[in-house]
Design a protein around this ligand. Structure first.
Ligand code: ZN
Length: 448
């Protein structure tokens, strides 16, 4: 009895030093290549999943595809005692909404919600896209297998659901297939609006768009690197007075590269480095690729944290292309170009990020900072019920990542002695009893 207790205590101590959770390694291992392979193949085999394509056929078009996806989520739910709430979320878009909506259409998303045990209204969301396209964005009949773009993201969301639904988490997780991406991000807009109406407290959106290509058009083959795109600060604030205030604060105190989406991106980066050190996460300090769009943006537009997870090396001969051979080059986004082991790794990146966030307490709402003309930094934050402590992070102003940290017990203010406020940026995260951490909060208050 005594020995047991000692061993148990020792294990806890070791665990809290290492700050890793065996469950997260198990999740990495549980992601199945076989499932991803057959799901990507199945999605590509619907011929086209163009948003404006046929909805009646059971074998071809976006209607068949979304019914099949919903059916898969239903099966996953059955396997976990109906732990998922699965439904279609439909958004009517009128002909002429933009040049790519050439007829009235219902843009239908498939949503699967795994409710949290402690914070049911806090959601971490993983999205992939249902729809596909060829060269002409309005061609809704030609074969558009969209195997990489974006059957990989969709299959990833389904596989993450299969694995994570075997566990219970304190926060809710949503797995979603969005439609209308290629026609103008309509599915994301619809779901972001729905989330606002439902008062969802969104921890963040992990938008997966193209997570299966390792062979770049630049000749580089790389199955370790992936990109995390995030906007620097939110642009959702439109009140001119508040905007002026924000700009002024950022000018004097910093924060212009520390918005909520950027903190979420750093969280993905850190979690990957901790549990999948063989990977090379690459933080890209921009909303998305140069001049291009993705389904995290409509969530950002509504003030939610969201980012894009994506392969590092794209192949444009396989993106948005009619299937054809020209000058010896095979064009088209077909199944055989997808690298399933890589898709598995990026699916695992999502799954471990969601499992960690879904296990963590909420971030402190308010974080204050002070320390002007002193050789120390004062931090003060609002208490989080259920947190066992907090982690104070800091980094050089030119560093992309939170490189230094200090854990403190359940207190709400702390002074970092010997550190000058001018030369670093600071933030605070809350830490749960289980060791899982919230996203870091950049100070939003100045202490005088
Ligand atoms: Zn695309």
């Amino acid at each position: 009895m005594k020995h047991y207790f000692l061993l148990f205590t020792l294990a806890m101590v070791i665990n809290s030093f290492a700050q890793t959770d065996q469950k997260i390694y198990d999740i990495v291992d549980a992601i199945s290549e076989e499932n991803l392979r057959s799901d990507v193949k199945k999605l590509a085999d619907f011929g086209t999943r163009h948003t404006l394509s046929d909805t009646v056929s059971e074998t071809r078009g976006i209607g068949a595809a979304r019914r099949w996806i919903k059916y898969q989520f239903d099966i996953i739910s059955k396997d976990c005692n109906n732990c998922l709430n699965v439904f279609f979320q439909s958004n009517f878009v009128e002909k002429g909404a933009n040049q790519r909506i050439v007829k009235d259409v219902n843009v239908v998303n498939v949503v699967a919600i795994q409710k949290g045990t402690k914070y049911p209204n806090r959601y971490i969301i993983m999205s992939g896209d249902i729809d596909s396209r060829v060269t002409d964005p309005n061609d809704f009949t030609s074969d558009a297998p969209g195997a990489n773009d974006n059957a990989t993201g969709m299959a990833g969301a389904m596989e993450a659901a299969r694995v994570l639904s075997k566990y219970k988490f304190e926060n809710s997780i949503i797995y979603v297939g969005l439609s209308g991406e290629e026609q103008g991000l309509f599915g994301g807009q619809g779901l972001a609006k729905y989330a606002k109406e439902q008062n969802w407290d969104i921890i963040g959106v992990l938008n997966n768009d193209m997570i299966g290509n390792i062979s770049g058009v630049d000749g580089i083959i790389d199955n370790r690197t992936f990109r995390i795109f995030s906007e620097p600060i939110t642009t959702a604030e439109t009140d001119p007075k508040k905007l002026a205030n924000q700009n002024r604060t950022r000018r004097y105190y910093g924060g212009e590269i520390d918005g909520i989406s950027r903190q979420l991106a750093r969280y993905v980066y850190k979690t990957t480095n901790t549990y999948m050190p063989e990977m090379n996460p690459m933080l890209v300090y921009r909303l998305d690729r140069f001049g291009r769009g993705g389904h995290h943006r409509p969530f950002n537009d509504m003030g939610f944290a969201g980012l894009r997870i994506m392969e590092a090396h794209e192949n444009y001969t396989q993106q948005h292309q009619d299937i054809r051979t020209e000058n010896g080059i095979d064009y088209g986004d077909t199944f055989e170009h997808v690298n399933i082991p890589y898709c598995k790794k990026l699916t695992a990146v999502n799954a471990i990020t969601m499992a960690s966030l879904a296990s963590a307490p909420p971030s402190p709402k308010e974080v204050g900072i002070g320390g002007i003309v002193e050789a120390s930094v004062k931090l003060k934050w609002s208490k989080i019920e259920g947190a066992k402590g907090y982690k104070i992070y800091w980094r050089d102003t030119t560093s992309p990542t939170w490189d230094h940290s200090r854990f403190v017990e359940d207190i709400t203010e702390f002074t970092l002695d010997g550190i000058v406020v001018d030369n670093s940026y600071f933030g605070v995260a809350s830490v749960g009893e289980n060791g899982h951490e919230s996203v870091v909060v950049f100070p939003n208050k100045i202490l005088r």
